[in-house]
Design a protein. Structure first.
Length: 216
């Protein structure tokens, strides 16, 4: 059976390696392995996102959805050392790597959690609210799953907080932009490079009313 980076338990034989994330303001050496997203180099879309996003809020709770082995979450944490960063993924191999990468780079303000297991979420950590979201989202899970994922996490943003998403135009960046606009998340293209679009959006404009609520 084909293995995907969004499989919770990759069965691919281990092939450990390292990659370097080098940006003007930071240098991280990251451990990788087979069965995770972009194991041979930091994905170009991730690099473009990190090159173009504004600085994260200096405090608060920051989120990386589909964190893989941690480049985005760890860059957020390094740039905002007083903030608490959460990276989430379904891939347990990637999450183990992200935790090891945080320790190896001396980053203590990043935590990583499996989104399919909330047994250790008694404090509601996954519920938010979050003050920023950066993501190279898992486009290859398919549109339905991607839309569900985005609806879930965008709804957990604080009022006025922004999400920055990077997607290649050949993988549906422009259709995703239209979908966000049509589903209460007005989006703006804030960067475009090498075919990648960086989209900025936020929480729903009109959050759903709780059960039993009536219109006035």
């Amino acid at each position: 059976m084909a293995q995907h980076y969004f499989d919770p338990e990759p069965g691919a034989a281990h092939r450990p390696g390292t990659v370097d994330l080098v940006l003007p303001d930071l240098h991280l050496r990251l451990g990788t392995d087979s069965g995770v997203f972009s194991p041979d180099q930091v994905d170009l879309g991730t690099r473009i996102l990190l090159d173009t996003v504004p600085p994260p809020p200096p405090r608060g709770r920051l989120l990386d959805v589909g964190c893989g082995y941690g480049p985005i979450a760890l860059a957020m944490a390094r740039r905002a050392p007083a903030a608490a960063v959460l990276g989430v993924d379904v891939n347990t191999r990637a999450l183990d790597l992200a935790r090891a990468n945080a320790a190896a780079n001396g980053i203590a303000n990043a935590r990583f959690a499996a989104v399919t297991d909330t047994s250790d979420d008694s404090d509601g950590e996954l519920d938010g609210p979050f003050d920023a979201l950066w993501s190279n989202p898992p486009i290859r899970v398919g549109k339905a799953a991607l839309h569900t994922l985005l609806r879930t996490w965008l709804a957990r943003l604080s009022p006025g907080a922004h999400a920055h998403l990077v997607v290649h135009r050949h993988l549906g960046a422009d259709s995703l932009h239209r979908w966000l606009d049509a589903h209460g998340h007005p989006a703006e293209r804030v960067a475009s490079r090498s075919g990648y679009r960086v989209l900025r959006t936020g929480a729903p404009e009109h959050p759903p009313r709780p059960p039993g609520a009536t219109c006035r």
